[in-house]
Design a protein around this ligand. Structure first.
Ligand SMILES: O=C(O)CCC(=O)C(=O)O
Ligand SMILES: [Fe+2]
Length: 204
């Protein structure tokens, strides 16, 4: 690889300080992405997400699923979930993401947004079961959606478009200092699937 190509493909940190986010662009072409997207829609055990917010039991329109290398129990928003075993496709995606990012993962949270009215509010993924400062790799399929970061103290904002077949990784101190969200939009009326590969710490 010559220097020019090398500079062009070199990853640069999207965050100006206090964390590391790399955007890899498309890791699957259009045809392969569409095939993966359709398979995920059919094969994944999608469930409406439940949460307890201000003591009230609520169900989100967005659907979720959780898969992993062990039947981990994972608690968030006060609801405990047990990971399902990898499907062959999820294992293939996990291995490709590991190869691309040079990190390993043992679980994956999947989100299905039916259209632009569904999104995810500002949050960081710092649950206690997650490995501290562990990398979180995000693969997207289907509709393109905006994704944004906001610094917890300075409120500086960074946003980007996540296209079908694209990969993004958040690592280092990102979750400690930055929030992220998937803003709702009236401009999108088709579904999107997002997979976040994570590392759960096994406490015995
Ligand atoms: O859908 C996305 O791109 C983000 C999902 C997310 O932040 C999460 O699952 O924690
Ligand atoms: Fe997140």
């Amino acid at each position: 690889m010559d220097l020019f190509t090398d500079l062009n493909t070199a990853l640069h940190n999207l965050l100006p300080y206090d964390g590391t986010v790399f955007y890899y662009g498309l890791v699957y072409d259009t045809l392969k992405s569409e095939e993966i997207f359709q398979t995920l829609l059919i094969e994944i055990e999608w469930k409406n997400d439940e949460a307890i917010i201000f003591g009230k039991h609520i169900q989100t329109k967005r659907k979720v699923a959780w898969y992993g290398s062990h039947p981990f129990e994972y608690t968030y928003s006060k609801i405990t979930k047990k990971a399902l075993p990898w499907t062959p496709l999820l294992l293939e995606l996990k291995e490709e993401v590991e190869r691309q990012t040079g990190e390993t993962y043992n679980s994956c949270l999947l989100n299905l947004y039916h259209d632009g009215s569904e999104g995810m509010a500002w949050h960081s993924d710092g649950e206690k079961d997650l490995k501290k400062n562990g990398a979180i790799a995000s693969l997207s399929f289907g509709a393109s959606r905006n994704f944004a970061f906001k610094h917890k103290k300075t409120s500086d904002k960074i946003s980007l478009l996540l296209n079908s077949g694209s990969l993004l990784v958040m690592k280092g101190e990102t979750q400690t200092h930055w929030l992220h969200r998937l803003p709702p939009t009236t401009r999108v009326n088709s579904p999107r699937v997002n997979l976040t590969f994570r590392t759960i710490e096994l406490n015995d």
